[in-house]
Design a protein around this ligand. Structure first.
Ligand SMILES: [Zn+2]
Length: 656
């Protein structure tokens, strides 16, 4: 492992906290050190308070912050003297510990300090870094892990047996550090949990972390337990319908829609076909912290009911021993290993599912290396249960605020690169849905760079392209719960007497035939939507009030309108709602340049402003107006409505 320290970069981090922010980010950048909110760092700084008195403030990573992206305000400033006084108490409950730390911060708006704050405070050095490095866990999570860790680190690290994070662990570490620490000590290994390093400067503490982790890497290398290849498996890729069915069963078990991300590659297929899979995968996570995201064990195969039964048994076995009464979490697995598709990761959002997949990817490394070293051995189930059902960890999860309306749900939008389609993507994302956008335009691929958006180039008139896009969408997100039929063409004005058959056919192919293909191909997925499927058709005012010169457009949209009404009739029994919005005169789309607008306005003897607001309400209709209404139609407000057609046109006399 290499130090990522760079003088030039480091210079950009000024002030007392600057270097602490910088090296925290360096740790966060390397996923084999910490993953998503894991690990924590601190620095002790002498400061003058409002009264001119000097005191030492412990700046420690605040909960909810990720080391990779932490900012100065991500550190909670706690009075060190109070932390040390707390450490002297004979006992302190977790909720009281949190209360004491939060009420002894300098800034009311700072995040709650890390659960390991007292431990950071008790370490005498100015800078303290803590990670869950893969390499250290690989050595530690073995049958004779303690012996091996001592062999690797000698006097460099104090070795602490596993204890649950919190007050007791902090006090125990401080005691051991006093007893066994020497001038050569530069860190501390917490068996089956992770590693600490210390230093007088940010750089020293960070580079000691790199040095210490490298020692574990070298140890693994010297025992041929570092680079390990998995035997590739030749199973065929899963069908999208099978994955959507699995996601539905997982969502039902979780009591809420989940995103399911399938990762099928040589590595995941190879691991899922590991000859000792049941033994190595069913012991527990690489470090207890992961349990919150991954649950204690992955599900092997796809029998969700059986997994849930086992999970309830695990809860029933350990809950009675807890100090306070515990309420069971949903029993659905978050990691699935199956020889047919490798790995699938479930989460309440696409981001959560991506995090689960990444954590398990690292878990595979830890397991394989520990196996090569002499046998992977995780903590007993009891210890993992204590962390999974720890009040403080539960609080972290509950902090998410009010659930967003489409959390865990997925949507597919056609013609999504611009205009109403693009606004539709934003409206759905802002309501928490994960969205797949299809478009002919290559800009779709880079429309958003976030885990809950997949942009695919696709010609929706080509059935094969549609099917392949749906397969990709379902493997990335688990299903299609909402379908927005938006893609369409608006041919140039032409009277019937002069209309070439070619133009007529093009309008029919894009505006009508393609939507039949999409509806047909999406039906099995919409049927499996955990909360019932929803289709929104972006229609047109022209359906009820056509205009001369727009025969191809009006006829194709009218055909689509009938198709949608019949879909509403046929699919109601499958819990699929089909509704239509009829926009008119939406000018903020790519089709309408300033020039065209002026031309049209002049034609009608109006100003551009008059032309844009030429409706009953004298108001302009934007893509966003259309998209917001269409998104609402997928939500609970319209849950009892299907087959509806709602105008969004500012009021049109011919329609009214
Ligand atoms: Zn930790």
């Amino acid at each position: 492992m290499k130090s990522l320290w760079n003088d030039e970069e480091a210079r950009q981090f000024q002030g007392d906290l600057g270097p602490r922010v910088y090296t925290s980010r360096l740790l966060g950048r390397d996923k084999s050190l910490v993953l998503h909110g894991g690990g924590n760092t601190s620095v002790k700084i002498r400061e003058k308070n409002l009264f001119g008195e000097e005191e030492t403030i412990l700046y420690v990573k605040g909960s909810g912050w990720d080391l990779e992206t932490i900012e100065p305000q991500g550190f909670s400033p706690v009075r060190l003297a109070h932390v040390l006084r707390l450490a002297g108490l004979p006992a302190l409950s977790d909720p009281e510990m949190v209360n004491q730390l939060v009420t002894h911060m300098l800034k009311a708006s700072a995040p709650a300090p890390s659960i390991e704050t007292i431990l950071h405070g008790l370490m005498p050095q100015k800078f303290v870094d803590h990670t869950h490095a893969d390499a250290v866990l690989s050595v530690s999570n073995t049958k004779d892990g303690e012996k091996r860790v001592r062999e690797v680190y000698g006097k460099r690290c104090v070795v602490i047996p596993y204890l649950m994070p919190g007050f007791e662990l902090a006090r125990y570490c401080a005691g051991e550090f006093k007893r066994h620490g020497t001038s050569e000590t530069m860190g501390m290994v917490l068996l089956n949990h992770g590693i600490f390093s210390f230093g007088e400067t940010a750089r020293e503490s960070y580079e000691r972390m790199i040095e210490l982790v490298t020692l574990s890497e070298k140890y693994l290398e010297s025992r041929r337990a570092w680079s390990l290849a998995l035997k590739s498996s030749t199973c065929s890729a899963p069908g999208a319908e099978a994955q959507a069915g699995l996601r539905r069963r997982l969502s039902d078990a979780a009591g809420a829609p989940l995103i399911l991300r399938t990762v099928t590659n040589e590595r995941t297929l190879g691991f899922a076909a590991h000859p000792e899979l049941a033994r190595v995968s069913q012991q527990g996570p690489a470090t207890p912290d992961h349990v919150i995201r991954t649950k204690r064990t992955p599900m092997l195969g796809t029998d969700v009911a059986r997994y849930c039964e086992d999970y309830r048994r695990y809860f029933g076995e350990h809950a009675p021993r807890a100090k306070e009464p515990k309420a069971i979490l949903d029993p659905a697995p978050r990691v699935v290993l199956d020889p047919a598709f490798g790995l699938a990761a479930a989460g309440r959002t696409a981001k959560d599912a991506a995090i689960v997949a990444e954590i398990y990817d690292h878990t595979i490394d830890v397991i394989l290396r520990a196996e090569a070293l002499g046998g992977f051995q995780a903590l007993p189930a009891k210890d993992i249960f204590d962390v999974e059902y720890w009040d403080l960890e539960q609080a972290k999860l509950k902090k998410g605020g009010n659930p967003i309306p489409f959390a865990g749900e997925t949507a597919l939008v056609t013609g999504a690169a611009s205009g109403i389609g693009k606004a539709m993507v934003s409206a759905l994302l802002s309501r928490g849905a994960a969205v797949v956008g299809l478009d002919l335009d290559a800009r779709i691929e880079t429309l958003h760079s976030r885990p809950d958006f997949v942009g695919l180039r696709c010609d929706v008139t080509e059935e094969r392209q549609v099917r392949s896009s749906l397969d990709q969408a379902v493997l990335a997100l688990g299903g299609i719960d909402m379908l927005v039929l938006n893609a369409g063409v608006f041919p140039a004005s032409r009277r019937i007497a002069e209309l070439p058959a070619e133009e007529w056919r093009k309008a029919m192919t894009v505006n009508l035939d393609a939507n039949l293909l999409l509806l047909r191909a999406c039906h099995p997925f919409l049927k499996l939507a955990p909360r019932g499927g929803r289709v929104v058709v972006i229609g047109s005012k022209n359906v009820s009030a056509p205009g001369p010169g727009a025969s191809a457009y009006s006829a194709s949209k009218a055909g689509l309108n009938q198709l949608a009404r019949i879909a509403a009739l046929e699919w109601g029994a499958d819990r699929i709602r089909v509704n239509t919005v009829h926009p008119n005169a939406v000018f903020d789309t790519g089709l309408w340049t300033d020039e065209v607008l002026e031309q049209r306005a002049r034609q009608y003897g109006m100003t551009v402003e008059e032309y844009k607001t030429n409706n009953v309400l004298k108001t302009e209709v934007t893509s966003r107006d259309v998209a917001e209404l269409a998104a609402e139609m997928c939500g609970p407000l319209f849950s009892k409505t299907t087959g509806a057609q709602v105008p969004v046109d500012g009021g049109n006399e011919r329609v009214i």
